[in-house]
Design a protein around this ligand. Sequence first.
Ligand code: UDX
Length: 455
Amino acid sequence: PLQDMEKRRQGIRDHLVLVPCPFQGHMKPMLHLANLLHSKGFSITIIHSQSNSPNPSHYPHFFFRSLGDSSHIQSASDGDFVPFISALNLHSPTIFRDLLLRMHFQDPVLSIIHDSAMYFPVTVADELDIPRIVLRTSSAAAGFAFALSILKQQRSFPFQENESEEALVEFPSIRGKDMPVINTFHKEARDEFLARVHHGTKTASAIVWNTFRGLEQTTLEKIEQLFSVPNFPLGPLHKHSGASLTSFATEDHSCIAWLDQQAPSSVIYVSIGSLITTSESELVEMAWGLANSGQPFLWVVRPGLVNGSSNAAQLLPKEFKETTNKRGRVISWAPQEAVLAHRSVGGFWTHSGWNSTVESISEGVPMLCSPIVGDQRVNARFVSHVWRTGIQLEDGVERGKIEKAIKRLMVDEEGAEMKKRAMDLKDKVASSLRQGGSSSEFLHSLVDFIKGKLC
Ligand code: UDX
């Protein structure tokens, strides 16, 4: 539209097209990257799906283009995201090509930056000869582990079969049982998805990572050997961009006033992210583990947290609520970054999604890790055994084990040691973002890369 063209002309900015993946844990790092690049003088167009689209009124400095009606694409509400993401990738190339052609004609697109899970831009960018950069929203370690699983698969080692306790020869920091898993009823579609993500990453002009050198230097060196294109670890993106973003769900800010009343470092914050679900019996074990630990807690129980229920909080036992009503608080969605930065929060019981992990690292909060799927097991292993800023709850969710693990983290000397190491990592985050720090320097070189080498 003309209005857009006029806006752009005023700023005479180089134009970038960004394609996020429509899940909370993927959208957030892409929008932070968009903010960073906008602050460096680029004009930004976000291409989004109809479902889970960001609200344009919250980002008046970006342009938005929709991939159109996706009502024929099933949402991932049953927790199996493979059919959803496959359909989105299958149906989007034509409309994306049309959008891109129109935009390119009005305001040449200097580069496309897409989430690796949205691989449909790969062929379109090649066809139109527009440079393409990939954003990986996972840790470098998980990125490397996913690549290993693809390479094994291509050499006919079956994906997901090795669940051993042994360290991997190719990646000794993790065991066979820490390798990424994607559980789905659509195994062929999953394998194709992973292969295409890998191909799209390998053939990109460059890769942006939501991590930083001080955290993952050794793995980043492995990554550089594997993907021999420039790699830009710019993270933690949420700290680097400094912007506060809105989530898809409404945040309950009243928990901050509650946290204000708690003793310093006494509260364990509990959340298993935006996607994964539990069974009712696991929810009950979690509840009693928290109650029996004796620690104050702030627990995010999303309405859809339990399979088959639309109001998970209602499934919490009455006696649990009575026992803990002064010491605990259950909410449906938290302002997570503010919670982790609060002085009363001393630990984070997490599913080890990468955003949650990196947000916790940024605030020096030690973690209790309950990884379930995807990249989470890799992240949990790094937290517990490489950075040693947390412990992993292994072999199921059971109240006695939970109680013990919370005490180890929040009360014991062992936990105090983890806290010290977590605070050291927090300092490393700050130095990587300072002028001259690695993430700050990588941002300068990314801007040069986009403007210079890619023109
Ligand atoms: C998914 C995958 O599970 C994860 O492993 C992958 O790395 C990214 O995509 P998700 O499960 O949602 O993401 O976890 P995570 O990466 O931790 O992202 C959750 C985001 O939601 C975080 O940025 C967190 O701050 C936010 N959040 C979570 C809230 O804002 N409020 C909440 O109550 C809970």
